[in-house]
Design a protein around this ligand. Structure first.
Ligand code: 5CA
Ligand code: ZN
Length: 411
């Protein structure tokens, strides 16, 4: 698949500090320690509807991860999947009478336009589930060689008892696992399974469902193995960060780690598992199935500046759950106007203050992506310029840092 065009990023003088991030598996903020090339996998969309603020928050925060690594002197190999075959897509196709492929194509294209408008750096590899079917099949065959796959009426399941470390990502007790598994696409009650939590690797063909002819028979991939196959193909075991919204901690990222570690007999799948809090509306998680959505594309159509949308997201700490309200957007619009006014100012030289602001942005972001702290530093600088004036040189330095680190172009 083709991702979207990359925005340009100014290079800042000096280097940013090492990025520290909260890892769900070890439940602490730890330094990331990438090699010259940092490896990032973020779970992508299931393209059956437009990009809502929850999706946008997830991709904008991982965009900050990438920008921090670039600023710290790493190159970044960023991989993102598109779950372009799965139950929700087929259900939407039946409900609307459209072809599932056409829905997936159209919504993926709209997502790319939204990401471009939000100045999100594109992944180097942007890979659909359908195009990764041969890799998925190879992964399932490797798991079969390990003796941890069983057949139930043609469907293939992974035996979670093969993984001694099962639970290492989510640390949930079994009751919570069972509840979340049922809520998030699992089938704990299916008769004949060895363990209720065993996840589906391969789904045999059903009437009126698409299927692919493979050495495993006629069928389609399960969900978790899709991300494992794509990640291992593109960036291999032990990559730096696997990311997504918090709804993916269990079962998706738990199962992915389990599949990959049993398959390769290596540990870990990812060195950090990083999760963005849920964005809600009216007290409920924003989701396609609940229908309580604010879409990026709708706001753009209404003429909202995408930079204000981005600033509205960055005003939250990525780990907290929060609600989108009209005030979230109006505050971001005011902030954007104040920053732009300061960036355009050029009077008394106060370049020192500008340099301190740039260092403060770097320092706040490297501390587990404290975007509210980084935004407050720019607010203080803009307020200083408003009260006392500022130099053109200082304004350029802060504007470049806003562009490079926060993805906000103040021109
Ligand atoms: N295709 C799978 C991942 S492999 C999937 O979860 N697709 S999705 O379209 O449902 O979500 C895309 C990304 O947005 C995921 O990382 C998901 O965790 C995140 N996400 C979904 N809803 C929200 C929300 N309300 N708040 C924050 N992030 C969300
Ligand atoms: Zn995924």
């Amino acid at each position: 698949m083709h991702a979207w065009p990359a925005p340009s990023i100014p290079r800042l003088p000096g280097r940013g500090p090492a990025l520290r991030l909260f890892d769900s598996a070890t439940r602490q903020v730890r330094p990331t320690s990438p090699g010259p090339e940092a490896r990032l996998y973020v779970c992508g969309i299931t393209p059956y509807d437009a990009t809502h603020m929850g999706h946008a928050a997830t991709y904008v925060f991982f965009d900050i991860v990438q920008r921090c690594w670039l600023d710290a002197g790493h190159s970044v190999h960023y991989v993102q999947n598109v779950t372009d075959i799965d139950d929700p897509l087929l259900e939407r196709a039946i409900a609307t009478g459209q072809d599932w492929r056409e829905i997936a194509r159209r919504e993926t294209e709209l997502f790319a336009r939204d990401m471009e408008a939000l100045r999100v750096l594109p992944p180097r590899d942007f890979i659909g589930a359908v195009e990764s079917i041969p890799s998925v099949v190879a992964c399932i065959e490797r798991l079969q060689d390990r003796g941890c796959v069983y057949d139930l009426e043609g469907d293939l399941y992974f035996d979670i008892t093969a993984d001694r470390l099962f639970g290492e990502v989510s640390h949930l007790d079994e009751d919570d696992m069972l509840r979340l598994f049922a809520e998030r696409g699992g089938d704990p009650g299916r008769p004949g399974k060895r363990h209720p939590l065993d996840p589906l690797l391969w789904r045999a063909e059903r009437p009126d469902e698409p299927a692919w002819d493979t050495s495993l028979g006629h069928g389609r991939p399960g969900w978790h193995i899709e991300c494992v196959a794509i990640a291992l193909d593109c960036i291999g075991m032990g990559f730096d960060v696997q990311g997504g919204g918090r709804d993916l901690v269990f079962p998706h990222h738990e199962m992915g780690a389990s599949h990959a570690e049993v398959m390769t007999a290596e540990w870990p799948f990812a060195r950090h598992y990083v999760h963005v809090g849920m964005v809600g509306l009216d007290g409920e998680k924003m989701s396609k199935s609940r229908g309580n959505l604010v879409f990026v594309s709708r706001l753009r159509e209404d003429g909202v500046d995408p930079r204000a949308i981005r600033l509205a997201l960055l005003a939250q700490h990525y780990r907290t759950d929060w609600e989108w309200t009209p005030l979230t957007l109006s505050e971001a619009q005011e902030r954007l106007a104040s920053w732009r006014a300061a960036a355009a100012a050029s009077a008394v030289p106060t370049a020192g203050e500008a340099d301190a602001t740039v260092e403060r942005i770097r320092e706040r972001l490297s501390d587990d992506l404290d975007t509210p702290g980084a935004l407050a530093a720019v607010d203080r600088w803009a307020e200083g310029v408003r009260l006392r004036g500022g130099s053109a040189e200082g304004a350029r330095a802060v504007a470049q840092a806003c562009d490079a680190l926060l993805g906000i172009d103040l021109t």
